[in-house]
Design a protein around this ligand. Structure first.
Ligand code: MN
Length: 445
């Protein structure tokens, strides 16, 4: 039986690993993190395995189960992980996840009796080919940045930027899971129907206003039964962890199609997920009170709880980087385009789960909830080009001298995220990287 105190001990910043790279203060993956991902040894073609990122290595859980012994409750919970099935492990819920976290933390701590056995289960991250961490059944995208909603609203509806439901309802729509890819992929510029402001009729062709959206992905763990809503007090028990998420968007397709049912083909051609799921346990030291700005309505009771008010927000720093094709050729690592923070969001993670299930909708292990574009209040916290360039009217100038109103073919966008606080070990999310390649057709209708 695990206790809250034992789970919290895994966040102790003084914990050191026997693996030196995990003790590097700049690593995303110290022993306090222990995120889950799916991988295979590069070029091996072997079935996917589940691993834990630690320092610059991946701990292969299939081998870890074979090569050392584990307490009985942990051994049972490790069965789906050894089989490469993160969904089945997530479905086990909190007790299994806590038991495994405590056992892995102890096994990777300096002085562990399991060191020798586990040292042979490590794969360098540079030799691991990452895949999506789990099967994503359904994907919902929310809209939880009031700053993004207001700025975008002004561009589509200058007189009426923020619709009257925004401060009461966590707005969302059902996205498409089939086109979500893991970090490191390239995708074709989408082709679609658009109508230029001065044109009488629409045309079909490659999108001219391709954009990124800096978001986070919330991975659902334990399911709720259809017809049974999840009360906000238990909402976070249903969340396995968080990832970085880029919801690529075509603004010209979106502008023409979005009324009255919302985004469709402007969003569902590609999305990118970072490979490592950072659990809520790892993020525990980085909570903040959830507060509403003065004068705004308080959330309705089903979206309110004492715990949500005390610690509902998460302090996660976020970055967007761009590397153009010319930069890549010149060996230039790229430019930082903007920074933001999840704690600026108008709705908390617990509120999203409570809202999503209030009508009895069932969430399943591996379902993904996107936060929506996480823009902050300052102009440099604009989390999409549409905001950063005022809908393309004020292009940004990059250090290479190139300008960008929207994305060009050959551009690579990389999202990064990390938690940092004095007295705590840095917890990172790794990278979420995707590259735009030319449209498959240049047909114009
Ligand atoms: Mn989005």
């Amino acid at each position: 039986m695990t206790t809250t105190r034992e789970v919290q001990a895994t966040n102790d910043p003084s914990l050191q690993s026997w693996l030196d790279s995990a003790n590097d203060p700049t690593t995303d993956f110290p022993i306090q993190n222990l995120p889950y991902g799916a991988f295979r040894r590069s070029g091996s073609g072997e079935p996917l395995r589940i691993g834990i990122a630690i320092g610059d290595q991946v701990l292969d859980l299939r081998l870890a189960v074979q090569r050392t012994d584990w307490p009985a409750d942990v051994a049972a919970a490790l069965v789906p992980l050894a089989a490469g099935d993160l969904n089945a492990f997530m479905a086990l819920g909190l007790p299994a996840r806590h038991a495994v976290r405590i056992a892995l933390s102890a096994a990777l701590t300096a002085g562990s009796r399991q060191r020798e056995a586990l040292a042979g289960c490590l794969v360098p991250q540079t030799q691991a080919e990452m895949a999506l961490p789990c099967r994503i059944g359904d994907y919902t995208d929310f809209y939880i940045s009031v700053h993004h909603a207001t700025t975008i609203g002004k561009q589509f509806r200058p007189d009426n930027p923020l619709l009257p439901n925004y401060k009461w309802v966590p707005i969302g729509y059902h996205g498409r899971a089939s086109s979500i890819q893991v970090s490191g992929h390239a995708f074709h510029r989408p082709v679609g129907q658009t109508r230029a402001p001065d044109a009488a009729v629409p045309a079909v062709g490659p999108s001219g206003r391709l954009d990124y959206e800096l978001e986070m992905g919330i991975v659902i763990g334990q399911a709720n039964e259809q017809g049974h809503s999840v009360p906000i007090e238990r909402a976070e028990d249903h969340v396995f962890g968080l990832t970085l998420f880029n919801d690529w968007s075509s603004r010209d397709i979106q502008g023409w199609e979005y009324q009255p049912l919302g985004p469709f083909l402007s969003k569902n051609f590609a999305s990118t997920l970072s490979p490592w799921v950072v659990t809520l346990e790892a993020l525990a030291p980085f909570r903040r009170p959830f507060v509403r700005p003065e004068g705004d309505p308080q959330p309705l009771p089903y979206l309110d709880s004492a715990r949500n008010r005390e610690v509902g927000a998460l302090d996660i720093e976020l970055e967007v980087w761009i590397q153009t094709e010319a930069m890549q050729r010149a060996g230039h690592a790229g430019d930082l385009l903007s920074t933001s923070n999840l704690a600026e969001a108008y709705w908390s993670i617990a509120q999203l789960v409570a809202h999503h299930t209030i009508n009895g909708c069932n969430l399943n292990p591996g379902d993904l909830l996107g936060t929506g574009t996480l823009s902050g209040p300052k102009p440099q916290q604009a989390a999409s080009l549409m905001e950063l360039t005022s809908n393309g009217k004020q292009p940004v100038t990059l250090s290479s001298g190139e300008g960008r109103a929207f994305l060009e073919d050959g551009d690579t966008i990389t999202l990064k995220g990390y938690c940092q606080r004095p007295g705590q070990r840095r917890i990172g999310f790794g990278e979420c990287r995707g590259m735009v390649i030319p449209a498959r057709t240049t047909q114009r209708a």
